[in-house]
Design a protein around this ligand. Structure first.
Ligand SMILES: Nc1ncnc2c1ncn2[C@@H]1O[C@H](COP(=O)(O)OP(=O)(O)O)[C@@H](O)[C@H]1O
Ligand SMILES: N[C@@H](CCC(=O)OP(=O)(O)O)C(=O)O
Length: 364
């Protein structure tokens, strides 16, 4: 990240459960402490840092596992996170306090980012914290986020936070040096050092997940590509390496990591939100060939009723809908200007205001 020794104004650092937890499941207090030392160094160097920290469930499990009897998986996650998050944040609080730095907890859910107003509320909260010199420590609210309401994992959350907060860089710390071009267990595999915008790494990733985390390398790679496409430089690095954050961000040391180069043109704030709201799409518009070609060729093209052949699902005005090609391939998402009944009524008609204005259209 810092081969050019450039200084970042604002970065998001995501710390995975595997970094914060020892092999036996207990919190790795030495590692947490070392990471806080480095974040304090960045803070003093004038870099605004937002932490996205996993580890609540693992922390709670280490306290309670022996004490609770048989319990279902969802309840266990809720229980462990409720207890573990307190312990985790207490630890962060004490460690930052040694440097005279205040930190604060931001617990969120996927749904809390689903409407523009809630999204702006979240952003405003973190802007206020940063303006007051407080380090936000974000985690999913695992006590109430269950099943389909959950983020894939905190990698997904960190990508959304980085886009929402206009961060210049996102550092994802895991227990591995980066994405390997083969099985990480194979000595012949090497870390992929640079990833150009749009390059697909899925062929290299072993979809098996780790024992403590949720999404694994698949989500990291997908989220990193997306964030890089939004103009955010992304680095996947090993959080267990001593001095990793200092090396990546403050010094010139060439540390092993996978770096996703940022695409040159950052998307607008509204488009970032629309892109991040994909999971909330309430329905879909299927385009004819002419409309599909128009939006792929021009960034200023809106979606007009005359170019839509079908309206799928039920939605309200301002909901997010998916855009489909004539064959049903997803092309992107957008904010719809009317409800589904009106869209249905107007199908194929000319001279109406766009169903989705180009400013509210995000193409993949
Ligand atoms: N090609 C690959 N390169 C690196 N790691 C991989 C690859 N394929 C699968 N993995 C696995 O992904 C794991 C990291 O993801 P995850 O367990 O979710 O980490 P975290 O808890 O830090 O979020 C690694 O420990 C590794 O076993
Ligand atoms: N919110 C959960 C973390 C879930 C998660 O995404 O974990 P990880 O894949 O290790 O980043 C927790 O705090 O335990």
């Amino acid at each position: 990240m810092n081969c050019e020794s450039k200084k970042y104004r604002r970065i998001v650092i995501k710390i995975g459960s595997n970094v914060l937890t020892r092999e036996d499941g207990r919190p790795d207090t030495t590692r947490i402490s070392a990471l806080v030392d480095q974040v304090a160094g960045l803070y003093r160097a004038g870099v605004e840092v937002i932490l996205v920290s996993s580890g609540a469930v693992a922390s709670g499990r280490s306290i309670l596992e022996q004490k609770v009897g048989r319990i279902d998986t969802v309840s266990a996650r809720q229980l462990f996170s409720a207890v573990g998050q307190v312990k985790l944040l207490n630890r962060y609080y004490d460690l930052f306090n040694e440097y005279g730095i205040a930190c604060g907890q931001v617990l969120t859910t996927k749904e809390s980012l689903s409407t523009r107003r809630q999204y702006l509320n979240q952003r405003n909260c973190m802007e206020a914290m940063l303006a007051a010199g407080v380090v936000p420590i974000v985690n999913e609210n695992d006590t109430i986020s269950v099943t389909e309401l959950m983020f894939t994992d905190n990698d997904e959350l960190s990508g959304l936070v980085a886009a929402m907060m206009d961060a210049e860089a996102l550092v994802i710390l895991s227990n591995i040096d980066g994405i390997y071009d083969g099985s990480p267990a194979d000595p012949a595999s090497q870390v992929i050092r640079r990833v150009a915008p749009g390059r697909d790494l899925s062929q290299y990733i072993d979809t098996a997940r780790s024992s403590r985390g949720r999404g694994g390398m698949t989500t990291k790679s997908r989220i990193s590509s997306r964030a890089a496409g939004e103009g955010i430089e992304v680095v996947i690095a090993n959080g267990r390496r001593d001095g990793i954050l200092t090396d990546l961000i403050l010094t010139n040391r060439d540390v092993v990591c996978t770096r996703f180069e940022a695409a040159p043109r950052p998307a607008s704030g509204v488009k970032k939100w629309i892109a991040s709201s994909e999971g909330f799409a309430k329905g879909a518009l299927r385009l004819d060939a002419g409309a599909a070609a128009a939006i792929s060729q021009s960034k200023a093209a809106s979606i007009l009723a005359v170019g839509v052949t079908a309206v799928e699902g039920e939605f309200e005005r301002d909901d997010i809908v998916r855009i489909l090609s004539p064959e049903g391939t997803p092309l992107g998402v957008g904010r719809i200007s009317c409800d589904s009944a009106t869209a249905q009524r107007n199908l194929g008609r000319k001279g109406l205001k766009p169903l989705i204005h180009c400013d509210y259209l995000y193409l993949e």
